[in-house]
Design a binder for this molecule. Structure first.
Ligand SMILES: NC(=O)c1ccc[n+]([C@@H]2O[C@H](COP(=O)([O-])OP(=O)(O)OC[C@H]3O[C@@H](n4cnc5c(N)ncnc54)[C@H](OP(=O)(O)O)[C@@H]3O)[C@@H](O)[C@H]2O)c1
Length: 256
């Protein structure tokens, strides 16, 4: 059974790899034996995260810079990964952010920036890394979506929710398109996870208590909660699972 989740022959790339969720995922994949590339736009935070994980796990973690909104930058990243590690087997898209604004005041340039990173960026990385996977008839792609892809709210999240719904549909469409090539494309949908990304909103008075009323499990999510589902989807245990979104949400989507 343990071997089903063994990633020791695999090369994984994690976008947003120095972020709260991305770094936990990178650590989890490395703990299963994968060689892991972490990527984002900031080499300093990547190097720091890579060093921390490598020291902790005695693992091979390679920090490489790329901007997921830029096709040439991602194509160059793919080339570097293949040159340095020989191939790529696993892609986890854990980049992204939120711009909160009420609809009547939503600055359209910010809407565009949000879609560029969360949607276009996901499509570009899937396309560029997917090319290698389709060619070799093996690959596991896991997109970090959100419960917000299926659950609307009235708090100025129209842009973010729309980007995550788009990520969900990219996931399903690519799963269908690449199933004949044995490339699995799935997503995880976390609920609110305590990271830098959510720090500000958690500080609003009463916010956490209000949120917890919708979480049957009775606590907020942690970055480590997301790791098990991603490791599963990145492993051969998920051979026949594709086009799915696994919610890591303490039951939030189960109740409404
Ligand atoms: N935290 C939550 O509650 C939560 C819940 C559900 C889903 N999610 C999703 O989980 C993912 C990660 O969130 P997080 O909480 O870990 O946020 P985070 O700590 O802010 O990490 C986000 C990462 O995305 C990278 N990034 C942003 N734009 C980029 C670009 N154009 N090119 C390359 N990298 C880029 C950032 O790095 P640089 O700025 O250095 O490039 C950063 O490392 C996001 O997709 C988010 O929507 C989060």
């Amino acid at each position: 059974m343990g071997a089903m989740f063994d990633l020791s022959q695999r090369v994984a790339v994690v976008t947003g790899g120095a972020g709260g969720i991305g770094s936990a995922i990178a650590r989890g994949l490395a703990a299963q034996g994968a060689k892991v590339v972490i990527t984002s736009r900031n080499i300093e935070s990547l190097k720091k995260t890579a060093e921390e994980i490598a020291t902790e796990l005695d693992a091979e973690i390679l920090p490489l810079v790329a901007d997921v909104t830029n096709e040439a930058s991602v194509a160059a990243l793919v080339q570097q990964v293949v040159k340095q590690l020989g191939t790529v087997d696993i892609l986890v898209n854990a980049h992204g952010f939120n711009v909160k604004a009420m609809a009547l005041d939503f600055p359209i340039n910010e809407w565009q920036r949000l879609f560029d990173a969360n949607v276009k960026g996901t499509m570009i990385t899937c396309k560029e890394f997917g090319r290698v996977m389709v060619e070799k008839r093996y690959g596991k792609i896991v997109n970090v979506s959100s419960v917000r892809g299926v659950r609307a709210n009235a708090g100025g999240n129209s842009g973010y929710c729309a980007t995550k719904a788009a990520v969900d549909m990219i996931t399903r469409c690519l799963a269908a398109e690449w199933a004949p090539y044995k490339v699995n494309v799935n997503a995880v949908g976390p609920a609110l996870i305590a990271t830098k990304f959510t720090e500000k909103q958690m500080q609003e008075p009463g916010r956490t208590e209000k949120y917890l009323r919708n979480i049957p499990w009775g606590r907020l999510g942690l970055a480590n909660d997301v790791v098990g589902a991603v490791v599963f989807l990145a492993s051969d245990a998920a051979e026949f699972v594709t086009g799915q979104i696994i919610y890591v949400d303490g039951g939030l989507t189960a109740i409404g």
